[in-house]
Ligand binder design. Structure first.
Ligand code: D6A
Length: 329
C-alpha cells in the first residue's frame, strides 16, 4: 500500500497543511504534518467554543468507528511555546489511499491562543519517533509506525516547495520528484527526533567550511536555525543585516541580495538553499525591512533544519534503517 497527500503552504510558507480523513464517515481535516513531534491531535467537539475559530472539529460521538481510549490523556508544548491537551480515541485515519484503521487520535480539550488564531490548521500529525508521544499512561504509536507494516516500502518522503504545493508520500520514493542521487545519513533517534549531522557549509561562492552541525529535520518548524558561528558568517555577507532584539532575529532591507546557503550531506553531497528562501518575510506592512530565514539555534541544544531548508530538498525518512535521505530537486 502507498499513500500521498498534498502539502499546501500557508502564507510565507509559515507551515504546510495536508488533508487527512478521520473517522466514519470520513471527516477531512487539514493537518500540519510535523516530523519534529509525535502526537496526532485534532481540534475537537470537546473544546470550549471560545477556543475554536473556523477550524474543522472532530466529534468522536459522530464517528461510528471511534472508540475512547479510557483513562488516556495527553498534553504537548511546541518550540514556540504553543500548547494543547486532551483525551484520546482510537479511530481510522487516511492519507490518500493509505488507511490506518486503529490510529490514536488525540482530541483537543484545550488549545493555546496561537492554535485558535491559526484558523486553517485543524491539528497536527506527528512523524517523529513515538518515544516522545505525550499520551499517558501509555504512549501511542504514530501514523507512520502503524502504517509501516502495510507500506510497500517502510519509508515516507517530504517534498515541500517554495510558495507552491508539494507532497508527503508514504511507502514509495517518487524518482521523478528529485534530481541526481539520494544521499543517506545515519539518524540518531535517541531524543525522538530525525537527528543527523552535517559536516559543513558554504555561503554562495564562498569556500567550504568544515564545522559539524547536529540538527533535526523538522517540517513543523518554519525557519533554518543554525549555530551562532554559522549565522554570523552568513549575515556578514548581507549588507546592512543586523540582529534586532525586538524582532528576535536578524533583519535586513527587503531589497538586499541574499547569498545561497549550502550544507553538506555526508562528504560529497550538497543541498543548496537559494538566497531567495532566506529572505523570509517583511517585518511590517511597509515591506521595507525583512526577517531572515536563517536564525540562531540558541538554547535548543541542536540545529533545526525547518521548512526554509527542507523545501530545497527531497527528503526520505527511513525509520527501520534509521536513516535520512537527501536529494536536490
Ligand atoms: O515543537 C517543535 C516540533 N516541530 C515544531 C512545530 N511547531 C509547530 C507549531 C505549529 C503551529 C503552531 C501555532 F498554530 F502557531 F500555534 C505552533 C507551533 N508544529 O511543529 C517545533
Amino acid at each position: 500500500v502507498t499513500g500521498s497527500g498534498v502539502a499546501s503552504p500557508q502564507q510565507y510558507d509559515v507551515e504546510y497543511l495536508t488533508p487527512i480523513s478521520v473517522g466514519t464517515p470520513p471527516l477531512v481535516l487539514n493537518l500540519n504534518l510535523d516530523t519534529g513531534s509525535s502526537d496526532l491531535w485534532v481540534f475537537s467537539s470537546e473544546l470550549p467554543p471560545s477556543e475554536i475559530n473556523g477550524q474543522t472539529v472532530y466529534d468522536p460521538t459522530k464517528s461510528t468507528s471511534a472508540k475512547k481510549l479510557e483513562g488516556a490523556t495527553w498534553e504537548i508544548e511546541y518550540g514556540d511555546g504553543s500548547s494543547s491537551e486532551g483525551d484520546v480515541y482510537i479511530d481510522s485515519v487516511a492519507i490518500g489511499d493509505l488507511t490506518v484503521t486503529a490510529q490514536a487520535v488525540q482530541a483537543a480539550k484545550n488549545v493555546s491562543a496561537e492554535f485558535t488564531a491559526d484558523t486553517h490548521d485543524d491539528g497536527l500529525l506527528g512523524l517523529a519517533f513515538n518515544t516522545i508521544n505525550t499520551v499517558q499512561p501509555t504512549r501511542q504509536k504514530t501514523f507512520y509506525d502503524n502504517a509501516q507494516s502495510i507500506l510497500d516500502a517502510p519509508v515516507f518522503t517530504a517534498d515541500l516547495k517554495d510558495d507552491a504545493p508539494g507532497h508527503y508520500n508514504f511507502g514509495y520514493i517518487d524518482s521523478s520528484a528529485y534530481t541526481g542521487n539520494i544521499s543517506y545519513l545515519p539518524v540518531d533517534s535517541s531524543q525522538g527526533f530525525w537527528m543527523f549531522t552535517s559536516p559543513g557549509y558554504a555561503i554562495s561562492k564562498g569556500g567550504y567550511k568544515i564545522t559539524e552541525m547536529k540538527g533535526i529535520a523538522d517540517t513543523g518548524t518554519t525557519l533554518l536555525l543554525l549555530p551562532t558561528s554559522v549565522v554570523l558568517a552568513y549575515y556578514k555577507q548581507v549588507d546592512g543585516a543586523r540582529y534586532e532584539g525586538t524582532q528576535g532575529g536578524y533583519i535586513f532591507a527587503c531589497s538586499a541580495t541574499l547569498p545561497d546557503f549550502v550544507f553538506a550531506v555526508g562528504n560529497n553531497a550538497r543541498i543548496t538553499v537559494p538566497g531567495k528562501y532566506i529572505n523570509y518575510a517583511p517585518t511590517d506592512s511597509s515591506g521595507t525591512t525583512c526577517f531572515g530565514g536563517i536564525q540562531k539555534d540558541i538554547g535548543i541544544g541542536f540545529s533545526i533544519f525547518g521548512d526554509v531548508a527542507l523545501k530545497a530538498a527531497f527528503v526520505v525518512f527511513d525509520g527501520p534503517n534509521q536513516q535520512l535521505g537527501w536529494a536536490a530537486k
